[in-house]
Design a protein around this ligand. Structure first.
Ligand code: NAG
Ligand code: NAG
Length: 331
């Protein structure tokens, strides 16, 4: 399975995409999750395909990228998805929800994959050459807010740090983690900025408002600004690599402008697994018109809009310095 995009051969897509919170208390392997997915409920936290699925299709892959837990044999040469529900940049993020594979562990998993690749390919040099052509998608940080900084009941970060200090701390740690990824051979890396978390239904509900929560969005913007600066630094310090920033904040702004769609399509739980769909309940009829599926996650259509703009910028501000289609063709 080798994809060709504009005459460029892409052999692999490695995904570290924890863009949105996947809650562990109850897995999304029950209806109505997956109602529009060919195999039904699979654990994807949406009604149909998620962003990784859609990106794989755009790149011409025949199959969806397998998760690390089940990827076997030569499959790993074509891509692995390391994402984990509720995981963050920080180790403790999401711990109140149960087990998760935080970014440091995802990087260890990636490192282990490389050791297997060396066995398959024969040597480290050829493995590195392969890794250098791979596209890496990294989306992480939402949970460091939703399942850490914004939950003072369970985490101390909110009382220890101002929003600006916290954003600095996160981006410093992220910078180290990305350096590890680079040292392991990554050369084409798209970093997803954070969406307007102040506008997700769960935040509106928590603050009992129908408008976006400005203080949350301001904290998120501090993170995004620092991440964008980091991209400039990384491109300067590692000229052999290309990093790009995907502006999910502005891409997701559709969610706040279309406020009448700012409520979830499925009937969400108010008790256990708060904000997730209630099992077995029929969802809304106009699924295609909704941006949000449950209180956190976009519908398949929301995912399509977001990933299309990440792949092919619609506005110049959608990516910096380039979109994914250009990242693939670079160097
Ligand atoms: C996070 O976990 C990793 C892997 O277990 C460990 O090496 C690292 O020291 C931890 N970081 C912190 C800040 O505890
Ligand atoms: C939503 O789920 C609750 C709990 O199962 C149920 O009582 C309620 O009738 C449902 N609402 C709708 C609109 O389906």
């Amino acid at each position: 399975m080798i994809a060709r995009v504009n005459n460029v051969t892409i052999t692999t897509i490695l995904i570290i995409l924890n863009l949105i919170i996947l809650v562990h208390e109850a897995k999304a392997n029950y209806p109505p999750y997956g109602i529009d997915f060919p195999n039904g409920p699979t654990g994807r936290f949406t009604n149909g395909r998620n962003m990784a699925d859609i990106l794989g299709e755009l790149l011409g892959f025949d199959d969806y990228i397998p998760p690390f837990a089940s990827a076997i044999g030569r499959e790993i040469l074509q891509g692995v998805n390391y994402a984990s529900g509720s995981a963050g940049i920080r180790n403790e993020t999401g711990s109140h929800l149960g087990n998760r594979i935080f970014l440091d562990l995802q990087l260890q998993n990636h490192h282990n994959t490389i050791l297997h690749m060396v066995d398959l390919v024969g040597n480290r040099v050829a493995t590195n050459a392969h890794l250098n052509t791979c596209l890496y998608i990294v989306g992480i940080g939402s949970n460091d807010y939703i399942n850490n900084y914004l939950v003072p009941k369970h985490y101390s970060t909110n009382s220890l740090y101002t929003p600006s200090q916290y954003a600095t701390l996160l981006v410093q740690q992220y910078a180290q983690q990305l350096k590890t990824l680079y040292e392991d051979g990554a050369r084409k890396i798209a970093l997803f900025g954070l969406p307007q978390i102040g506008c997700i239904p769960q935040e509106l509900q928590k603050h009992n408002t129908r408008k976006c929560v400005d203080s949350t969005n301001e904290a998120i913007q501090l993170f995004n600004e620092k991440l964008k600066s980091l991209v400039t630094d990384l491109n300067t310090n590692f000229p052999q690599a290309k990093f790009t920033y995907i502006n999910m904040y502005s891409i997701s702004s559709i969610m706040s402008t279309l406020s009448f769609l700012n409520y979830p399509c499925c009937n969400v739980s108010t008790t256990t697994a708060e904000g997730q769909c209630v099992s077995g309940q029929a969802p809304c009829h106009l699924r295609a018109a909704h941006v949000f599926w449950d209180n956190f996650h976009p519908t398949e259509n929301g995912n399509v809009i977001a990933i299309m703009r990440a792949y092919n910028s619609f506005l110049p501000s959608d990516s910096y310095p380039m979109d994914i289609s250009h990242l693939i063709q670079s160097g």
